[in-house]
Design a protein around this ligand. Structure first.
Ligand SMILES: C[S@@+](CC[C@H](N)C(=O)[O-])C[C@H]1O[C@@H](n2cnc3c(N)ncnc32)[C@H](O)[C@@H]1O
Length: 255
């Protein structure tokens, strides 16, 4: 893994995806799960919350609307700018930066959160340590991400399909791994919740602005599985003639 090349992939992928993150026709996966995540964060008016790898700050904007003072940090300027353009309620403070080196002193936030970022990070454990550093003693850490199939061989295939769709995808954490990493960092894990989600394939490919060759590989792999071939871990099925697939989302909350 060449970190420079990976940074370039992140810039390319999210430079392209910024507009579709705010397209209501395509971004339901990012908006429909919001109340569930916000419940786990339990924002309190006036407290300081950091959202790491915030993208267009869909989460950060919901927390700001709940009255919290939010800093939303991301390395892709286009994502933050798209978020700024779509802010209608209370605005988070938007900041360009990298999750690996958070530009804040120790213990300065009441809560630190991140969603759908770990599977893009070269060293997710290191980023959790950085999030932990800037969270005050007794504060909350909340992480939501996709999680991998329990079978490592299937998980490998799942990551392959995901990276055809978005070349900046690296690997989904195994179920429960985030809780283990947070416990290793000395946190008390208070909640781990899971949700199985069914999604139509074509809007997902359109949202991630997947190149035609990548889209073809994803469709073919799902068709092969439906015909009895190799298991992709994407749980494909056909609904009214359209391809659908499944994801598992996990939210981990700790103190
Ligand atoms: C799938 S998007 C999720 C955006 C947002 N968290 C959400 O759920 O709506 C992943 C985001 O992570 C950002 N990102 C990836 N690696 C990063 C890093 N090392 N530091 C900061 N941001 C990063 C990308 O720029 C992108 O905006």
């Amino acid at each position: 893994m060449d970190p420079g090349k990976h940074d370039q992939r992140i810039a390319e992928s999210f430079g392209k995806q910024a507009a579709t993150f705010e397209d209501e026709r395509l971004n339901m996966a990012f908006t429909s799960g919001l109340p569930w995540l916000v419940e786990h964060i339990a924002p309190v008016a006036g407290e300081q919350i950091l959202e790491v790898a915030a993208g267009t700050a869909l989460v950060g904007r919901a927390l700001a609307d709940a009255g919290s003072e939010v800093v939303a940090l991301d390395r892709t300027v286009a994502m933050l700018e798209e978020g700024r353009r779509h802010t209608t309620g209370r605005a988070p403070h938007l900041l360009v930066g990298t999750a690996e080196r958070l530009p804040f002193p120790d213990g300065c936030f009441d809560a630190v959160v991140t969603r759908f970022s770990l599977h893009h990070l070269v060293e997710p454990h290191g980023v959790l340590a950085e999030m932990s550093r800037v969270c005050r003693r007794g504060g909350r850490l909340v992480v939501k991400d996709l999680v991998a199939d329990n079978d490592p061989a299937v998980a490998e295939q799942q990551d392959r399909v995901e990276s055809w769709r978005d070349p900046s995808h690296l690997r989904m954490p195994p179920r429960g791994a985030v809780a283990g990493w947070l416990a290793d960092l000395g946190h008390q894990v208070t909640q781990v919740s899971m949700r199985e989600v069914e999604r139509p394939l074509e809007p997902w490919l359109e949202q991630s602005v997947t190149a035609e060759d990548g889209s073809t590989l994803v469709r073919q792999a799902m068709e092969v599985e439906l015909a009895g071939g190799e298991v992709t871990g994407m749980r494909p099925r056909r609904r009214d003639g359209e391809l659908w697939f499944g994801q598992t989302w996990e939210v981990t909350a700790a103190r």
